[in-house]
Ligand binder design. Structure first.
Ligand SMILES: NC(=O)c1ccc[n+]([C@@H]2O[C@H](COP(=O)([O-])OP(=O)(O)OC[C@H]3O[C@@H](n4cnc5c(N)ncnc54)[C@H](OP(=O)(O)O)[C@@H]3O)[C@@H](O)[C@H]2O)c1
Length: 173
């Protein structure tokens, strides 16, 4: 099972100047609960944005074209395909693609499931975006209640999509 996990604003924004667009404690908790014990795959820039380096309790795989890149607590591979090959060595762990924009775009056609945190806000000064979720390819499986961040007052929702496989898509009227 290959999962993508992302937190995105209404306009698809996910990053700004190498950082997240919003820091929401409930979203961080959700991310940790879902990924703990599993394999996380990320681009080199996302790895460098992690405040405490490699994520504890998870197998960390970092993708860089620079095979000499050293990432403490993580394995470095030079392509997405190499990341999947490496992850296949621990089939008991699920794979979570955790960003950023370049890696999401490359992984989207290959993913089975999307875990999206939808922030009910826009981020006009963002510079990194999540690809569009095509309803012909993705079926919404679950949508949580609306949560409110205690610090910012911003609302957000957890949504899960799974890839449509061999099922007929009927567009909504
Ligand atoms: N909201 C969220 O859920 C979320 C999650 C994660 C990240 N983000 C945000 O996203 C932004 C970072 O995203 P980004 O797109 O700039 O960077 P990124 O995807 O994290 O990393 C890009 C780097 O990955 C490597 N890479 C990408 N494609 C590759 C390929 N096909 N083969 C080999 N290596 C490849 C390259 O590393 P080298 O240059 O070393 O070759 C490239 O510079 C930050 O602002 C971060 O905070 C948001």
């Amino acid at each position: 099972m290959m999962n993508i996990i992302v937190a995105a604003a209404e306009d698809g924004a996910i990053g700004r100047s190498g950082d997240l667009v919003f820091h929401v404690r409930g979203d961080m908790r959700h991310f940790k609960e879902l990924t703990m014990g599993h394999t996380v795959v990320m681009g080199r820039k996302t790895f460098e944005s992690l405040p405490k380096g490699a994520l504890p309790g998870r197998r960390n795989i970092v993708i860089s074209r620079n095979s000499g890149f050293v990432a403490d607590g993580a394995e470095v591979v030079t392509s997405l395909e190499a990341a999947f090959e490496a992850a296949a060595g621990t089939p008991e762990r699920e794979v979570f693609i955790i960003g950023g924009g370049c890696i999401y775009a490359a992984a989207m056609p290959l993913a089975d499931r999307l875990y999206i945190t939808e922030f009910k806000a826009t981020a006009p000064d963002a510079d990194t975006f999540f690809p569009e979720i095509n309803a012909q390819e993705w079926r919404q499986e679950e949508r949580s209640e609306i949560f409110t961040d205690e610090n910012s007052g911003m609302n957000y929702v957890f949504v899960t999509y799974c890839r449509r496989r061999g099922e007929k898509y009927i567009s909504e009227p």
